[in-house]
Design a binder for this molecule. Structure first.
Ligand code: FAD
Length: 426
């Protein structure tokens, strides 16, 4: 029997996994990548360390995808974190598991993961064509039969150029073009356009895992300050909608850091509906207001001659002190015993509820992932095949799935790639 011909579009983690898996299954595979090198985004992941999965058990793992988790349950269970860790091991990559379940290569080098994946795919027989951008899908009846590209060095490859030099024919095509975030890595939303032209619905795209912008210049003054183990509440139209404890970082425009990125989905959706969004930071979550009051009172009494700006060092990082005093109208040089009961009350309320109004969010170029994408209702979760076009498969971020930080997004890319690779090669 002649080998099945598969075209995979996009050499990110999803496309590399799909291509390598299909080749292993005996298919003849061409992997088309529009950038000069494969896996560019993969090399940036986890701050260059590549947090490629998470050991959280499946039921909880799935919750990190929000409503998209339902579609992924079956897929991820067939190629889960333990399978990915074992797969990496076979590629020569030992894993390091951190206390919160996040898994990295022990070398701490994302590059190592990208190189190993590319080598595995190419050694397994995948023909990789870089600098090759897929412009459209070729459809006959209800079936995809190939792609039209620009810029391929493989144009003269006989068996794959049956029409004009810039067309590749295939029995199946896997779209693994990624999302629309960090476009300089090649993920410029082409997958959505390709899918849309053949009838797929695209759930509106939004930047996700994205830093947020806040009103005024408070964040700017605090630029670079990182707060660990603080509690953040998100108030939408004055109602508490979410609460998380973790780390946040002040930037010149607002807030970032893992906890803020994980809350950003909710915030972006609320802002897009023109709702008022407030982020309230509890700077001392371990102590209740009463306890803070007692401590403040004690310190003002014991160090009555010390300036309030010095006393507050016990409670706050230095850069936050002028902001705190300014917000509460307390002169920084006022000495402890001159601080009034009303001022002390304002201080303790502020320490538990430092509010910043959210005015916006950063663009796709700063978003780690894209929310929205190919409607998963139009894709078979058992195979990743389109329900609308025969022979067309999807893998990775091009689908309407996105998750919290913690290795979930890469696991989803690898799992969907693995399934699409298997199913398309049969
Ligand atoms: C800075 C940063 C850090 C991150 N860190 C983590 C992390 O630590 N853990 C985690 O789980 N997730 C992380 N993510 C998210 C993760 O990188 C993505 O979810 C993942 O890369 C998606 O994989 P993908 O294969 O679907 O798409 P991509 O990695 O985006 O790959 C898609 C590929 O398709 C190519 N392509 C696009 N259009 C075409 C076309 N028309 N023709 C040919 N090729 C095309 C692109 O050039 C690209 O190479 C991070 C993201 C960013 C931006």
């Amino acid at each position: 029997m002649p080998k099945r011909k598969i075209i995979v579009i996009g050499a990110g983690p999803a496309g590399l996994m799909a291509a390598g898996t299909a080749a292993k299954m005996g298919a003849r595979v061409i992997l088309l990548e529009k950038m000069p090198y494969p896996g560019l985004k993969l090399q940036l992941t986890g701050n260059g360390r590549c947090n490629f999965t998470n050991t959280t058990p499946l039921p909880e793992f799935i919750t990190h995808f929000g409503p998209g988790g339902k579609f992924l349950r079956q897929t991820v269970s067939r190629f889960f974190s333990s399978d990915l860790i074992a797969f990496m091991r076979k590629l020569g990559i030992r894993s390091a598991i951190e206390s919160d379940g996040r898994v990295f290569p022990a070398s701490g080098k994302a590059e190592e993961v990208a190189d190993a994946l590319v080598n595995w795919a190419v050694r397994g027989g995948v023909t990789l064509s870089a600098d090759t951008s897929v412009k459209r899908l070729i459809i006959e009846g209800r079936r995809v039969v190939g792609v039209k590209v620009s810029g391929s060095s493989l144009q003269k490859e006989k068996s794959h150029t049956p029409r004009e030099g810039r067309e590749f024919l295939a029995d199946a095509v896997v779209i693994a073009c990624g999302g629309a975030s960090y476009p300089n890595t090649g993920s410029t939303g082409d997958g959505y356009r390709l899918a849309e032209t053949v009838g797929h619905t695209i759930i509106p795209l939004r930047p996700a895992l994205v830093p947020i912008e806040t009103a005024g210049n408070v964040a700017n003054k605090l630029q670079g300050v990182s707060l660990k183990d603080v509690k953040v509440r998100v108030l939408i139209n004055k109602k508490k909608q979410a609460e998380k404890t973790g780390e946040l970082i002040f930037t010149h425009f607002g807030l970032s850091g893992p906890m803020i990125l994980n809350l950003s989905g909710l915030i972006v959706d609320a802002l897009r509906q023109n709702r008022n969004v407030i982020v309230s930071i509890d700077l001392i979550p371990d102590l209740d207001e009463q306890r803070i009051n007692v401590l403040l009172q004690k310190r003002m009494r014991e160090s009555g001659k010390q300036k309030i700006k010095t006393i507050l060092r016990e409670f706050l990082p230095n850069k936050l002190i002028p902001v705190c005093l300014d917000s509460n109208g307390i002169p920084p040089d006022r000495v402890g015993h001159q601080v009034t009961t009303a001022e002390r009350k304002r201080l303790r309320l502020w320490l538990k509820d430092f509010e910043l109004e959210v005015t916006g969010f950063r663009s796709f170029s700063e978003a780690m992932v894209t929310a929205g994408g190919v409607n998963t209702k139009e894709v078979d979760p058992r195979t990743m095949e389109s329900r609308l076009v025969e022979g067309l498969y999807f893998a990775g971020e091009v689908l309407d799935i996105d998750a919290d930080t913690g290795g979930y997004n890469l696991q989803a890319a690898f799992s969907t790639g693995w399934i699409a690779g298997h199913a398309s090669s049969r």
